[in-house]
Design a protein around this ligand. Structure first.
Ligand SMILES: *Cc1c(COP(=O)(O)O)cnc(C)c1O
Length: 461
């Protein structure tokens, strides 16, 4: 008798509370999609069957986190939960000072206002929507210095999130070190397909920056997922714990911005953390203007407690293995039936390559936006566009920017869906793939000024 192949992982939890899902008919979805202007962000959640829009704030919390919510100390100043969070951030991320914020962009806003002067440049490993916008609003210009492989959906480079050191050196040469506000380093790189940066690259970037007195700011939103890739791909780290790898990664930066809604297994929360006392003083002052007092930063005490507890759960080896294992499971199933996806498979999502999926559509017919709409229509599964709509317009010329990658992101909330849900997802993608030649593109009929992908509306051509 042939033997079963051994499992690599199983969910390291059992289910205590359930939330019913609602399946709709194709006719119903056709109408819902039309009303939403073919933008999955504008659908009502009740009309969605499996929601892979984002892994942001969609995590399932543990019984331990829910228990912590009851210990919320809702004092305006000096909440117990702030001190617990501060202790956890010091222990696991290693920064000296903590300023909580309501979510990641709150931290991005503060650090951009503090470190960027009009006319400055901010190099980084591929833009992230909110990060770049806050840098621009502060008067800076973002410059992408990621390795070329990141823009190639078929390159098997194990660390496609790496910064290209020669691009970085070239920029510094061109504009001068005093015009560089800081280097912004994301781990992992969402827009490249959840691709990690290596420890060696983090070290090299820190060395180059510090020689010239330039600061390094880590976007630590998915640093724990990045740590898992370092452990499994970078020689020398096989036996290191995720927690130790995370600490070492953070040690190569001066500060971090954090969206707790991703790695940290909560529904809301974020922080800015740093080692520099002066930056801390400024951030602590500025946060009062935009978020709230520096011991709550726009969060309830209970939310800070849930995040403090989430940090400890997020670095557990069995958790992160199952988390990334689930994404790999879906990606590998899709690869096995010939669906074009970004490889290597990323940490938080599988990215369909819409240019190869729908090669008959021009980029201005919004192939990724179209594919996300078709997936919803087919199955009630909600995904999101990461292509020309997300890339937006050039801040100087006002023209569309044409990113090389035109992707649809299937993002997996942490600890939410089962393997059977994953199978439903792969079957839905296959069904759209089978009828791909009949799919028509979209035209944009409404375009908001900022972060247009959230609210833009489309019609079928
Ligand atoms: C989500 C995200 C942010 C912004 O965080 P919010 O909590 O959504 O404000 C910043 N950087 C990266 C890499 C993200 O994924």
């Amino acid at each position: 008798m042939p033997k079963l192949e051994k499992r690599a992982w199983a969910e390291p939890f059992k289910i205590k509370v359930v939330e019913p899902l609602r399946m709709t008919t194709r006719e119903y979805r056709e109408q819902a999609l039309k009303e939403a202007g073919y933008n999955t962000f504008l659908l009502r959640s009740r009309d969605v069957y499996i929601d892979l829009l984002t892994d942001s704030g969609t995590n399932a919390m543990s019984d331990n986190q829910w228990a912590g919510m009851m210990l919320g100390d809702e004092a305006y100043a000096g909440s117990e939960n702030f001190y617990h969070l501060e202790e956890q951030v010091r222990k696991y991320y290693g920064y000296k000072y903590l300023v909580p914020t309501h979510q990641g962009r709150g931290a991005e806003h503060l650090i951009s206002q503090i470190l960027i002067k009009p006319g400055d440049f901010v190099p980084g490993n591929m833009y992230f929507t909110t990060t770049r916008l806050h840098q621009e609003l502060a008067g800076g210009t973002f410059v992408d210095v990621i390795v070329d492989e990141a823009h190639d959906s078929e390159s098997l480079h194990p660390f496609k999130g790496n910064i290209d050191l020669s691009k970085l050196a070239h920029l510094i040469d061109r504009v001068g070190a005093d015009k560089i506000a800081y280097v912004t380093v994301a781990a992992t790189v969402n827009m490249a397909g959840g691709q990690p940066i290596s420890m060696q690259n983090l070290r090299d970037v820190r060395d180059m920056a510090h020689r010239l007195d330039i600061k390094v700011v880590l976007d630590a939103t998915r640093a724990i997922e990045n740590a898992y890739f370092i452990k499994t791909r970078e020689p020398g780290f096989e036996t290191h714990s995720i927690a130790n790898i995370l600490l070492e990664m953070c040690s190569y930066s001066d500060a971090c911005t954090m969206s707790g809604k991703k790695d940290l297994l909560v529904n809301i929360g974020g922080f800015l953390a740093m080692n520099d006392r002066e930056i801390f003083e400024e951030a602590r002052n500025l946060v009062v203007v935009y978020e709230g007092l520096h011991t709550y930063g726009g969060l309830a005490g209970r939310d800070m407690e849930a995040m403090a507890r989430g940090i400890e759960e997020a670095v557990q080896e069995d958790h992160i293995r199952a988390r990334i294992g689930q994404v790999e499971y879906v990606g590998e199933r899709l690869l096995s039936i010939g669906i074009p996806i970004v490889v290597p498979i990323g940490g938080h999502a599988v990215f369909l390559d819409a240019k190869r999926f729908l090669p008959h559509l021009k980029q201005l017919e919004f192939p990724a936006q179209t594919l996300a709409a078709e997936l919803y229509l087919e199955s009630g599964i909600r995904t999101m566009e990461r292509g020309i709509v997300s890339a937006g317009r050039d801040s100087v010329t006002g023209e569309h920017t044409f990113p090389k990658l035109e992707l649809v992101r299937l993002t997996f909330p942490r600890r939410v869906y089962t393997q059977a849900h994953c199978d439903v997802v792969t079957e839905a993608v296959e069904a759209v793939h089978d009828r791909r030649h009949d799919v028509r593109g979209l035209q944009m009929v409404y375009e908001p000024k900022y972060l247009r992908f959230f609210q833009a509306k489309f019609e079928r051509i």
